[in-house]
Design a protein. Structure first.
Lengths: 448, 143
């Protein structure tokens, strides 16, 4: 895939600008009808998209299907524009004076997408932007360009007016061209925290709206009263689903009190049963990580864990898949006896590596979570409503799972964290996303 | 080959429906089965619709799938050879049809039990199983 250039970005923005006024004057319901057609087209090409995604990114086919499903759900949600984009009015704010708030589209928006969910993440933003009357430029991750290319072939088949939806492939040159372009009104980003901060600062410098979703160090606490057998499938999914390359993946596992040994015994047995391989093979339950470079990064963290004194109880470093000797596989890995100040308990690994930090009680759990800097998601397994309430009340992360290992908001709720996990104030999808893509124009009127 | 996750269970269901549709299409075109042509055509069309149902279930409920393998469930007990529908005599074809319906009914019942944590999926599979039971009743009246 050839990388685009600064000039390509400029050309895409020019096309988007040229399309804006006619598109924003198109009735919202008519704009939504494009999305209804798009939803049908996605459903008709569902398996094709999912298989492309697995071939390119490596995740197993069911995970790809799940991702495509979540992508389509955003299209479905955005079709509610005629309700979700409504403004508001109030008569008689003063004698004979009425006030109206119109929500108007802003102009050209752009998204810079990550490699871990190449199909879904751009669609946390794109359908809401265009259905609100804006036009769009998307830059997929340069590591996984094919999935969105396939998706845009389908977008093209729906027949959006020229310039409404645009895509530019590329790397840092394209990113900077987007961030600096004077005719882009806002940028949505998902990726690592250092990059999210960079995006946020650079967009601030050029006066853009920005929502930059960063990394995570998610903690899953397991209380002594948790139902371990019932919890195990979703716990395993939390840590090893998508080979740990999710911003909602569990990273630290925190047994509380005397549940630790029983939990670790069951968890280790379940982790060992995971079969790695080709994601298109039905027998496979975990695919490779995305690249050789990323594999080395994950292995580096495992080495660091050992060097800093954590106890390696399941070692995924030498994982091999017979038919795929050159695959970027890292096996399920578990460290016990991890202390909160170790590197593997502080930094985002983004791989199938679990760091077990034992806590004595809820206070220690809350302190551990709130001292990470990242504040994306946190989960608790418990049978106690009181414990669950205290947990969700006191911890800082914005996405909370109670007896759920992956606290993934669906399209009609906002997706995003706090602290170092989120730069900006409007999260992905949900109802609030319409605030990001519209300006509320207030009209105060009196008839004389 | 094991059926150990959401996708493989639904994929195998799709294979069953596809195989059955081909079987009934062949049977409907078999001159020896002329007396049952209408029924076989109907069953072939139903298998086609069921295949779409299976595909829809796989698309719509996949986000609820779990990673931990489903245990002790394999393809082998549900594999049935069904060649010859285009050339065999009516009695043989009817017998093969009953075997196919029986295995599908059994498959859907067992698959629904294996995947019962996903209630919508289990319900859909049970419904497909009931359809097979009704089809078997229709076939039972034929000689």
């Amino acid at each position: 895939m050839a990388y685009g250039t600064k000039e390509d970005v400029d050309q895409a923005v020019k096309a988007a600008r040229a399309a804006f006024w006619e598109w924003r004057a198109t009735p919202p319901l008519s704009r939504a009808r494009y999305l209804f057609r798009l939803k049908d087209a996605f459903e008709n090409n569902f398996e094709d998209i999912a298989k492309t995604l697995t071939r390119e990114q490596g995740k197993v086919i069911d995970e790809s299907r799940g991702e495509v499903r979540r992508m389509i759900e955003n299209v479905e949600h955005a079709t509610g524009v005629t309700t979700l984009m409504c403004g508001y009015t109030l008569e008689d704010i003063a004698k004979d004076i009425d006030c109206k708030g119109h929500r108007q589209p802003v102009g050209v928006f752009a998204a810079i997408a990550p490699y871990n969910f190449p199909a879904m993440v751009p669609w946390w933003f794109l359908p809401y932007a265009i259905v609100s009357g804006n036009t769009y430029v998307l830059k997929p991750s340069e590591q996984v360009p094919m999935t969105q290319t396939k998706i845009f072939e389908i977008v093209d088949s729906v027949g959006f007016p020229e310039g409404v939806v645009n895509m530019v492939h590329g790397s840092k040159e394209v990113v900077n061209a987007i961030l600096d372009h004077p005719d882009i009104a806002g940028v949505s980003f998902v990726g690592s925290s250092p990059t999210a901060k960079y995006i946020y600062e650079r967009c601030g410098a050029t006066g853009k709206r920005v929502q930059a979703l960063g990394g995570a160090k998610n903690i899953v606490a397991v209380m002594p009263d948790a139902k371990l057998d019932a919890a195990m499938p979703s716990l395993i999914t939390s840590y090893y689903g998508c080979s740990g390359q999710r911003c909602l993946s569990g990273s630290i596992l925190t047994p509380v009190g005397d549940v630790a040994d029983a939990l670790l015994e069951k968890f280790t047995v379940a982790a060992k049963s995971i079969q790695m391989g080709d994601g298109l093979d039905e027998k496979t339950s975990m695919g490779p990580v995305v690249s050789a470079a990323h594999k080395q990064r994950v292995l580096g963290y495992i080495e660091k864990g050992i060097a800093e004194g954590a106890k390696l109880i399941l070692d995924g470093r030498n994982a091999k898949v017979t038919d795929l000797p050159n695959g970027f596989f890292v096996g399920p890995t578990i460290f016990d006896q991890v202390s909160p100040d170790m590197t593997i308990a502080r930094e985002e690994i983004f791989g199938p590596v679990v760091s077990v930090v034992r806590c004595k009680n809820m206070n220690e759990v809350v302190e551990l979570i709130n001292s990470r800097g990242f504040a994306n998601a946190a989960c608790i397994y418990t049978s106690s409503g009181a414990a669950a309430r205290e947990f969700k009340y006191r911890v800082k992360p914005s996405m909370i799972g109670v007896n759920i290992g992956i606290a993934a908001p669906m399209s009609f709720f906002p997706f995003g964290g706090a602290g170092q996990s989120m730069f900006g104030d409007t999260k992905g999808h949900g109802q609030e996303i319409f605030n990001f893509f519209t300006d509320t124009k207030v009209v105060i009127e009196r008839w004389l | 080959m094991p059926l150990q996750n959401f996708g493989s269970i639904l994929n195998f269901a799709e294979e069953l429906e596809s195989q059955d549709r081909q079987f009934y299409e062949a049977a409907a075109g078999n001159p020896a089965c002329a007396a049952h042509q209408s029924l076989f055509s109907e069953l072939a069309a139903e298998a086609g619709r069921s295949m779409q149902t299976v595909q829809r279930i796989r698309r719509e409920y996949v986000t609820e799938m779990i990673l931990e393998p489903i245990m002790d469930f394999t393809r082998a007990p549900f594999c049935e050879a069904c060649e010859g529908a285009a050339v065999q005599g009516a009695a043989e074809v009817l017998a093969a049809a009953r075997r196919l319906e029986t295995r599908a009914e059994r498959y859907y019942a067992e698959a629904a039990e294996k995947i019962k944590a996903l209630t919508e999926v289990a319900r859909a599979l049970r419904t497909l199983g009931k359809t097979r039971k009704a089809r078997l009743a229709k076939l039972a009246t034929r000689e």
